[in-house]
Design a protein around this ligand. Structure first.
Ligand code: BTN
Length: 240
């Protein structure tokens, strides 16, 4: 099945509309894209500011084995974002993935992913919402953000969105044929290097350590100064 696209000038949130359509029985591979959003949502209940002309797209999947898919999809999406951004920019652009699915440009966040799942046992849905600063990074105090325009002639968001869905198809087909191992390798080649100093948010505090790898479920391993290594399943990561 090929992707079907719906474009809107302005929406509250592309993910909110796609979730409604998923609940109403929409078939998978529906993509909803908006030129601007008025109430874009980010991870952990944060808002996603979208001034217009950037990428705001949500993709509908109906996976058969939803637990395996949910573990893999952050990394499949991150790889797709990385490769799509690379395709439109000059070779010198300094892109890097940050666990699990942020795309950084020059160490500042250029794109993020919000993954939501629901539905009944025999009719599950997964909505992958992707926001990328193409034309401009919003000015938010205390946030280090970047935009693709720093390293590229900015493509039409619809063109970027279409390329992104082709990349998704590519990485999903590798995952379906060969499992998570090649996805993990590809992600590690594009992410912060092993040994990079990280801090993981735990409530109000941060645990500092260094990145020591990723397991087959996509958990991050953090090596602590006391020699212990701990798995991280969820949480914000800060790069020092
Ligand atoms: C993050 O916090 O890093 C995730 C941001 C996800 C934003 C995108 S924009 C398209 C989709 N619609 C939303 O309301 N959120 C996601």
């Amino acid at each position: 099945m090929t992707w079907r696209f719906e474009f809107y000038e302005t929406l509250g949130s592309t993910s909110d509309l796609l979730k409604e359509k998923a609940e109403a029985g929409a078939q998978e591979k529906l993509a909803i894209q908006a030129f601007a959003q008025t109430s874009g949502r980010g991870t952990r209940g944060r808002s996603w500011v979208d001034p217009g002309g950037n990428l705001a797209i949500s993709l509908l999947f109906r996976p058969e084995k939803s637990t395996d898919f949910l573990a893999a999809i952050p990394f499949l999406t991150a790889l797709s974002l990385y490769e799509t951004a690379r395709q439109f920019s000059s070779g010198e652009a300094d892109f890097m993935l940050k666990w699990p699915n942020d795309l950084l440009l020059s160490e500042r966040k250029m794109a993020g992913v919000l993954i939501e799942a629901g539905g009944s046992a025999d009719h599950k849905w997964v909505v992958v919402g992707i926001g990328a600063n193409l034309r401009q990074a919003p000015q938010i105090e205390g946030r280090k953000l970047s935009a693709l325009s720093e390293v590229a002639v900015v493509p039409d968001p619809a063109v970027f969105g279409r390329s992104l869905t082709l990349q998704m198809d590519h990485w999903i087909s590798i995952w379906e044929a060969q499992g998570f191992a090649p996805i993990r390798e590809a992600w590690l080649e594009r992410a912060h290097p092993v040994g990079r100093h990280l801090a993981v948010q735990r409530g109000e505090t941060y645990i500092s350590g260094s990145f020591s790898g990723l397991d087959e479920q996509g958990r991050l391993f953090l090596a602590l100064p006391n020699g212990e290594t701990i798995p991280v399943v969820t949480g914000d990561i800060l790069l020092d």
